[in-house]
Design a protein around this ligand. Structure first.
Ligand code: 0L1
Ligand code: MG
Length: 261
């Protein structure tokens, strides 16, 4: 795959994100043979373009972390992308649907490490020992592709649908709770829309951070201390609309609430 094509595909998803315009998936006809490795090259170029525009990376995010989603997409590995500074919504601020194409929200468990983690061979125990604190978070995903319809390479080239993040401020040491049995409910206007437990994330959210460290090691990178890490959806993603009031509760890990306008 030559540099020109990588740039063309990164421009394609990047432009759609900036213009909030739905696009056909890359594999529909632009480049049907896109592989996972090539898709990460496109993602790297997209990240490079964003950095060149003056944006900064806040932290990495994991996606496709539930067994159900992995089976549905017929893959063995989750995927990763990046949350940028312009995606962060401060807790308490409303989420404005007009900033997105067709946003959905996912409750997630976030980690902040006190030391860098470099794979290969990183385990969940290594992650827990390296963790400064865990926190509740909500990710806003907004695939740039029509109807959230994509293959795995497509979504990797679209920075794994990353569009927004609300980082809750209720911080806990990982030893203070069992993250696999943290129950999560997501209610909109008082009605429960989805629910789950931390174990939905690769059996335990620490496994997700370990997988991230091990995947990043394949390109000589590591998971860095101090960055918030989104480990993947604990429940199914739920669409949001103006007028919604969202309340997400995390057993033993606080809550995150916000209005949608
Ligand atoms: O964060 C996620 O799990 C989303 C990954 C991309 C899949 C999607 O957009 O549904
Ligand atoms: Mg997510």
């Amino acid at each position: 795959m030559d540099k020109e094509l990588i740039q063309k595909l990164a421009n394609y998803t990047h432009h759609a994100e900036k213009e909030k315009q739905e696009i056909k998936k890359i594999t529909a006809d632009l480049y049907p043979e896109l592989t996972i490795d090539e898709a990460y090259l496109v993602q790297e170029e997209l990240v490079r373009q964003k950095l060149e525009e003056g944006l900064t990376i806040v932290g990495p995010k994991m996606g496709i972390t539930s067994e159900a989603k992995m089976k549905q997409m017929n893959v063995d590995n989750p995927i990763y992308g990046y949350v940028f500074d312009n995606m962060v919504v401060e807790e308490g601020e409303p989420v404005s649907v007009s900033n997105y194409i067709h946003p959905k929200i996912e409750p997630e468990i976030g980690f902040v490490l006190k030391k860098d983690l470099e794979g290969p061979g990183v385990t969940a125990l290594d992650v827990l020992l390296a963790t400064e604190y865990v926190f509740p978070a909500v990710e806003i995903i907004d695939s740039r592709y029509e109807n959230f319809n994509f293959t795995l390479p497509d979504v990797i080239a679209d920075n794994t649908s990353a569009a927004g993040a609300i980082f809750g401020t209720y911080l806990r040491k990982p030893e203070e709770l069992e993250l696999d049995v943290v129950g999560v409910t997501l209610a909109i206007n008082g009605e429960i829309k989805s629910l789950g437990a931390g174990a939905a994330v690769l059996g335990h959210p620490a496994n997700s951070v370990a997988r991230l460290a091990n995947m990043l090691s394949e390109k000589g990178e590591m998971v860095k201390a101090g960055q918030p890490i989104l480990t993947g959806g604990v429940t199914a993603a739920v669409p949001i609309s103006p007028g919604d009031y969202v309340q997400v509760k995390y057993g033993g890990l606080g809550d995150v609430s916000f209005a949608v306008k």
